[in-house]
Design a protein around this ligand. Structure first.
Ligand SMILES: [Fe+2]
Ligand SMILES: [Fe+2]
Length: 238
C-alpha cells in the first residue's frame, strides 16, 4: 500500500475512534496521548521495517477502550472490541486483523507476551511506554491521581526513596515506579529515546522536592503546574 493510502486509512481510523479518547482527558489519557503514541509509533515502524498501516491503527486504538467512569480497568478488552468492530467495517484492516489485535493486546510494558512478538506490536508497545516516561508520563500520572482520588505523596518520603512504591496510595510513588519502565523497552532505538525522558523525570523530581521542602507542594494542582509548562514546551517543539 502506498504511503498516501496508509494515511487515508489512518485518518478514517482516527475519525472512528477519536470520540472514545476525548472524554478520557479527565484522567490524562485524552487524544493527545493517542497522537503522540501514533507519531512515535510510525517513527519506530520506519526505523524497524514494521508495517506502518498496522502500527498507526494500533496506536490510534490501543487505549480507546479507557472510559471516563472506570478509567483503565478492563480497557484492553474494550480496545480489542473496538478494533474488531472496525475490522468489520474496513476491509483494509480486515486483512491484518490478527496482527492489529496483537498490537493492542500486548501494548502495555508490564504485560508478558508470547515470543516472538511481531515487530508491529513491538512498535506500538515501545511507543506507548515512551509516552509514559518523562514529562508526558508524569502529567498523565498526576491527572490519573486526581481522578482516582489518590494522595499526592508520602508525608516524610515524598519521592519514595526509602520504601517500595505503593502505586495505589501515592501518585509520586507511581512517578518513581515510572523510572523502572525503560528497562522494559524492547528496542534499542526506544531505549535511546528513553534517556532524555529519564532526565526529564529526574529534573521534575528535583524541582518537586525543592517545592515540597519549601511547603509549596500542597496538592496535585501544584504538582501539575510544575509539569504543564514543560509539556507545553515539548508540544511546541513537536
Ligand atoms: Fe493501555
Ligand atoms: Fe497508552
Amino acid at each position: 500500500m502506498l504511503a498516501a493510502e496508509v494515511d487515508v486509512v489512518h485518518e478514517r481510523v482516527w475519525q472512528a475512534v477519536s470520540h472514545y479518547w476525548e472524554p478520557n482527558k479527565i484522567h490524562g489519557h485524552g487524544a493527545d496521548h493517542a497522537l503522540r503514541v501514533y507519531s512515535m509509533g510510525l517513527r519506530l515502524a520506519a526505523a524497524l521495517g514494521a508495517d506502518p498501516l498496522v502500527v498507526g491503527a494500533g496506536c490510534y486504538i490501543h487505549d480507546a477502550g479507557m472510559r471516563p467512569d472506570v478509567g483503565r480497568e478492563g480497557h484492553i478488552e474494550r480496545s480489542l472490541q473496538i478494533a474488531s468492530a472496525l475490522c468489520e467495517e474496513m476491509p483494509e484492516l480486515a486483512s491484518v486483523r490478527s496482527l492489529l489485535l496483537t498490537t493492542i493486546r500486548y501494548h502495555e510494558a508490564e504485560l508478558a507476551y508470547p515470543a516472538p512478538l511481531p515487530m508491529e506490536a513491538v512498535c506500538v508497545r515501545d511507543s506507548d511506554t515512551l509516552d509514559r516516561l518523562g514529562f508526558t508520563g508524569i502529567r498523565m500520572t498526576l491527572q490519573y491521581g486526581v481522578w482516582i482520588g489518590r494522595e499526592l505523596c508520602h508525608p516524610t518520603d515524598p519521592l519514595c526513596c526509602e520504601r517500595t512504591p505503593d502505586l495505589n496510595a501515592f501518585t509520586m510513588d507511581y512517578v518513581r515506579y515510572l523510572g523502572s519502565l525503560p528497562q522494559r523497552l524492547i528496542t534499542p532505538i526506544a531505549r535511546g529515546h528513553s534517556e532524555e525522558k529519564q532526565k526529564q523525570r529526574e529534573f521534575y523530581c528535583s524541582e518537586f522536592l525543592s517545592s515540597f521542602r519549601e511547603g509549596r507542594m500542597r496538592n496535585h494542582e501544584d504538582a501539575l503546574k510544575l509539569v504543564k509548562v514543560h509539556v507545553r514546551e515539548e508540544s511546541h517543539v513537536a
